[in-house]
Design a protein around this ligand. Structure first.
Ligand code: ADP
Ligand code: MG
Length: 702
């Protein structure tokens, strides 16, 4: 346990961070590495050799015997292969070695990672390349080196490579724009991300007894508990002692890894919680979020919990997301989405805000796709999560500022209102000019946007790749319109250019309640896409618009786009396939076993009781027997249909066709089967079930 007084020393104690490098690297080497990190310049091998030697010493001092290139293949998880530092000598002893070459390049076999057809099976070689902009760290006795992963032919096979490319694209276009606007000292712009992570904790023993949770991460059957989240008593509720101990342990593990865990609280659903870190540069934030998810699970295991990261582990109560707080910041310290005191006069802010609005409207289908997965599709459009329609909340004050740009009028800022709560002992403070909005998928929150659609289980890289690239594109378009003007003319015309862009995209702005049916209708009238599932959205990924966007900014080649298309579809179908088989097995074996045992006992009871009390008795037992018989009959029919349709799905070889079939038919079959399974389960006493119920799982945390 870290003592509170030691926290400043212990934070990042397992990280090869800037401070360690400054202390341990020769000055010129440190400068070279620093330049690479800050400016994105190329790193020479002699520098790498020196860094490797110092890194090895530091790692060994901190208990590492191995090193690993750590990367993020298209599985959505992380991958690692460990090599020890040992090198045998002639005299039977060993020395510990680690070269610059080993630091900068790895050669994992790429043939067992998803490639979506990019790599023929005989081309097994892949490469990992050190990403010096994300610090190495020590975990479980190994030195972890964050790396990018590509095929023998140089195509990206991971999430980091396109993320880094998209950050560079946005930087390049933004710097050009800022120079035009007179901010000549800006050399680089970076995206910052703070991703709030939601999760569920349940008792590990319960978890182990549920095949659906073990194999698919979500419950596939399960009658609702008699209590759900209707009392609104969990959000920000008192954290129970055992859960609090878990959260404390989790914070400490994260802090040691240099992850700035900041906020923790109970979430809306029972047994649901959230952790939010302080924001960081996008690339590091994405790495840290991957690590956070892993550490959450590991620490949970120690505390006899299972940590569920699935987007919809339980039917009928809130699912989990990963709010992606996103902003753009210059190397001179300017947050380009900070409106300042006079937003209407803040030209860089208005330019970037306009670019974001245009980007989100123009590329809504691709942005929707960036958060699509079999898991997240269950959450989006549910009663608790943003709908699949993408709109932007800017709040009243900014809406007025934007309107004044559109109308060509001067904006008068409303005077700040003093807040008084009616009791003099309470402090007075000024009220924010804008309320919060919790239903918008893409909300302006003061000096950043909060993209609330990403799912809890997946990497946030995809969402940020699309966001960065789309905004880069819109900044570039604005630049093209503005760059012909001299400085004086620019001042005169800039609002007019912004007005044109805002006019074209204002349909995406919506300050109301995004969870209502009226909004779904209104959005359709405005022509905003409502792409409910991954297969619905997928064709947009390979559209000309998408290919133009990503190839123009060198984020993906056409081949890489197509490979990702195949991978996403395949993953989707595979997930539902596994769910279908798991559900069939649970119904056929576990639930049926419970139904049969209970029916048997009830029948025995009826026979015995009737002997004693005569024919008029046993009304309750007979009613239960009949209800169970009805439900299990329908359950049997639905099971047969699911089984048949799943076999049909297995025969479909074209990826989009298969995914669409899984979505439209297999998922619908699963819903139908679940209806009767849950009806039956609700009638059976818990002791007849080999797996725990919703009530047991959701309300047992102490
Ligand atoms: P809320 O609870 O309303 O969602 P918070 O103020 O707790 O909002 O912040 C949520 C997240 O936004 C935190 O992770 C925070 O670090 C992050 N954040 C704050 N400023 C920025 C920024 N400029 N860029 C990216 N993320 C930011
Ligand atoms: Mg939030």
């Amino acid at each position: 346990m870290i003592e509170a007084g030691k926290l400043t020393e212990e934070f990042g104690s397992l990280v090869f961070n800037d401070k360690i490098m400054r202390e341990r690297l020769p000055k010129d080497i440190y400068k070279a590495v620093h330049k690479t990190i800050e400016k994105g310049t190329h790193l020479e091998l002699d520098v790498a050799n020196c860094v490797a030697a110092v890194m090895k010493e530091w790692a060994i001092e901190n208990g590492a015997t191995h090193f690993t290139h750590w990367f993020q293949p298209m599985t959505g998880l992380t991958a690692e292969k460990h090599d020890s530092f040992i090198s045998p000598s002639d005299d039977g002893t060993i020395i510990m070695e680690f070269s610059g070459k080993e630091l900068v390049k790895g050669e994992p076999d790429a043939s067992s990672f998803p490639s979506g057809g990019l790599r023929a099976t005989f081309e097994a070689r892949g490469y990992t390349a050190w990403d010096p902009s994300s610090p190495a760290f020590i975990k479980d006795g190994s030195l972890y080196i964050p790396t990018a992963f590509c095929s023998y032919g140089g195509e990206a096979l991971d999430k980091k490579t396109p993320l880094l490319r998209s950050m560079e694209a946005l930087s390049e276009e933004s710097v050009k724009m800022l120079h035009l606007l007179g901010y000549k000292d800006v050399a680089r712009v970076s995206t910052t991300i703070g991703s709030e992570q939601e999760y569920f904790l349940i008792d590990k023993d319960f978890y182990k007894k549920r095949k659906d949770l073990l194999l698919t991460g979500r419950t596939l059957i399960g009658a609702p508990a008699t209590k759900g989240q209707e009392m609104e008593d969990h959000y920000f509720g008192v954290i129970k002692p055992k859960v609090s101990a878990y959260m404390h342990d989790l914070d400490e593990e994260l802090w040691k890894l240099g992850i700035p865990a900041k906020t923790k609280h109970n979430e809306v659903a029972p047994s649901q919680h959230e952790l939010a870190p302080v924001f960081e540069t996008a690339n590091i934030a994405v790495d840290h979020n991957q690590l956070t998810m892993e550490v959450m699970k590991k620490v949970a295991d120690k505390h006899n919990y299972a940590c569920l990261l699935h987007e919809k582990p339980f039917e009928g109560i809130n699912g989990s997301g990963k709010h992606n707080n996103w902003s753009v910041c210059t190397d001179t310290g300017m947050n380009l989405l900070d409106p300042g005191k006079t937003p209407a006069e803040n030209i860089p802010f208005l330019v970037f805000l306009t670019a974001v609005i245009a980007a989100v409207d123009e590329y809504a289908p691709i942005l929707r796709l960036s958060v699509a997965s079999a898991g997240n599709d269950h959450r989006l459009g549910g009663n608790e999560a943003p709908p699949a329609i993408i709109s932007i909340f800017v709040g009243d004050e900014l809406a007025e500022v934007l309107q004044s740009v559109v109308d060509g009028t001067d904006y008068q800022s409303a005077a700040k209102v003093q807040m008084s709560m009616g009791a003099t002992v309470l402090p007075h403070f000024t009220k924010d000019n804008t309320d919060r909005n919790r239903t918008s998928p893409f909300a302006f929150t003061g000096n950043k946007f909060e993209f609330r659609m990403p799912g809890s289980a997946v990497s946030v890289a995809n969402a940020n790749i699309v966001l960065n690239t789309a905004v880069a594109e819109e900044v570039a378009k604005l630049y093209a319109k503005l760059s012909g003007y001299g400085p004086e003319e620019l001042k005169k015309n800039i609002k007019d250019i912004l007005r044109q862009t805002l006019e074209a995209h204002k349909r995406v702005l919506f300050n109301g309640n995004g969870y209502t049916d009226e909004w779904v209708e209104e959005a359709a009238k405005r022509g905003l896409p409502n792409l409910k599932s991954l297969p619905d959205a997928m064709p947009y990924w390979i559209s000309d618009q998408s290919i133009d966007l990503f190839t123009r900014h060198h984020i993906f080649t056409k081949e890489e786009i197509h490979s990702r298309y195949e991978i996403l579809l395949e993953n989707y179908s595979k997930s539902i396939h596994i769910e279908s088989l798991t559900m069939q097995e649970m119904v056929r074996k576990d639930l049926t076993e419970g139904i049969v045992a209970y029916q048997k006992d009830l029948s025995k009871e009826v026979v015995q009781k009737k002997e004693l009390l005569g024919d008029g008795s046993c009304k309750l037992e007979l009613g239960l027997l009949k209800a169970l018989d009805d439900a299990s009959f329908k359950m049997g029919q639905a099971l047969t249909k699911l089984s048949d349709d799943t076999k049909t799905a297995e025969g479909l070889t074209e990826n989009l066709e298969a995914a669409s079939y899984y979505q439209a038919t297999v998922l619908a079959d699963m819903d139908e089967l679940r209806k009767y399974a849950d009806e039956a389960e609700a009638l059976i006493p818990e002791k007849y079930l080999s797996y725990p119920t919703y009530g047991q799982m959701l309300f047992s945390l102490r």
